[in-house]
Design a protein around this ligand. Structure first.
Ligand code: C5P
Length: 398
């Protein structure tokens, strides 16, 4: 997928540097080439030897290494790749980038480069949230530097929150989204994701539980295979992916309009957890409690079923329409019935009973049901489920 492409990988000095070894492996597996550069601090976490062995290339560490200058000057090195990736991008390295410092090899390359740059930040949650770091993140974004992550979760320092480096598979997808010529090049995809919010009054709403993690990963994986993706998302917890057209919506009716406007498409994946009803007449003012304590009664109307609508289009139906079925019992039977009822091609079914930890978690165990039967996948990270689904889609659209 990355044949003929070269990544200049700058490894910063953080504990997440170990994940960069896996990232090198993924890039190599996709036939990409990696020129590794380590900051001095990075060499405390991973050795140039292991980095160089995995990349199959010399690992650069020092600006004043005359042999390197004789072989390839730092200016040339900074321009020799299709993409510069900084992973982990530490707070210090991002501050240097935002400030235009050039006091070591990594920062000098980042200042001298004329190639696109992607950063994968990794740091303690307090450091990530610190106003000075947030200012630097905003500056880098204004400078056109792409970013993947950070994720939220347990940290090596024992704290919890945003700051964990994105998983290598997600960084790989972000890389591929920027530079790959993939099997889905020239294909148009629509992905719905996240919950919808159906307002009751200006401050309250009805919603389904959905982090948007699986839909986001699917959009990212499709883009990584070269698809032109329109990502229609309700108010999700996770940030939208890179390299896709993002259409933010709030209600199911807005989501339907956005999907209709994005048609035609070759494939549509409906991963959103759409609310089944909306409040028939939304109050313009905040509903007040009454003196006698009687709660208000809400009249509900059914929302449009976006998946069924697109599946049953007479004209302009995408070649492949994929729905999701989140079930808490009889997953197989319910999902098979749902596929027939909605008229879609595939149903990706999963068991979202609370004990599975799938809802809001980082893993998913799915069964893909198509006309020929059911394909049960092992429990995988949501990124891997997305990648496998994107590969299956690419195969089907060949
Ligand atoms: O009927 P149910 O909500 O279980 O179906 C789930 C599938 O249908 C998901 O793919 C979801 O995105 C889609 N859906 C939709 N519009 C709705 C309700 C569900 O697209 N109003």
């Amino acid at each position: 997928m990355l044949a003929g492409k070269r990544i200049l990988l700058i490894i910063g000095g953080g504990i997440a540097a170990y994940k960069s070894l896996e990232l090198i492996r993924l890039i190599k597996k996709a036939d990409g080439a990696v020129t590794p550069v380590l900051t001095r601090a990075a060499t405390e976490f991973v050795t140039p030897l292991s980095v160089s062995a995995l990349a199959g290339e010399k690992a650069y560490t020092d600006l004043f290494d005359l042999t390197d200058e004789a072989e390839m000057g730092h200016i040339e090195l900074s321009r020799s790749s299709d993409l510069v990736v900084v992973a982990p991008a530490t707070a210090d390295l991002m501050a240097k980038m935002a400030g235009g410092h050039a006091d070591d090899l990594a920062s000098t390359l980042l200042l001298a480069t004329d190639t696109p740059v992607l950063v994968a930040p990794a740091m303690n949650v307090r450091m990530w949230l610190h106003p000075s770091n947030q200012r630097n993140v905003a500056t880098l974004s204004d400078d056109g530097i792409a970013r993947v992550g950070p994720d939220e979760g347990d940290m090596a320092c024992g704290e919890f929150g945003p700051g964990r480096m994105a998983e290598p598979a997600a960084i790989f997808d972000a890389i591929a989204a920027q530079i790959a010529d993939g099997p889905l090049s020239g294909k148009k995809a629509i992905v719905t994701s996240g919950p919808t919010h159906e307002p009751i009054d200006p401050v309250r709403y009805i919603a389904n539980r959905s982090s948007g993690a699986q839909g986001t990963a699917i959009a990212s994986a499709l883009a990584a295979l070269g698809a032109d993706v329109t990502f229609v998302t309700g108010p999700a917890d996770v940030a939208p992916p890179l390299g896709v057209r993002v259409v933010p919506v709030e209600t199911a009716r807005e989501m339907l309009d956005a999907v209709n406007s994005a048609l035609p498409a070759d494939v549509a994946v409906f991963a959103a957890a759409v609310a089944d009803w909306h409040v028939t007449s939304q109050s313009g003012d905040k509903i007040k409690k009454t003196a006698d304590g009687a709660p208000p009664s809400l009249a509900l109307s059914e929302n449009p079923d976006i998946l069924a609508h697109v599946s049953q289009l007479d004209e302009g139906r995408p070649k492949l329409v994929i729905g999701f079925a989140a079930e808490t019992n009889d997953v197989h039977a319910n999902a098979t019935a749902k596929r027939a009822r909605k008229g879609c091609d595939w149903i990706v079914a999963n068991d979202v009973s609370p004990e599975t930890g799938i809802m809001g978690g980082s893993e998913n165990a799915v069964i893909v049901i198509d006309e020929s039967g059911a394909d049960e996948w092992p429990r995988l990270s949501k990124e891997r489920v997305a990648r496998r689904l994107a590969e299956r889609i690419a195969e089907a659209l060949k």
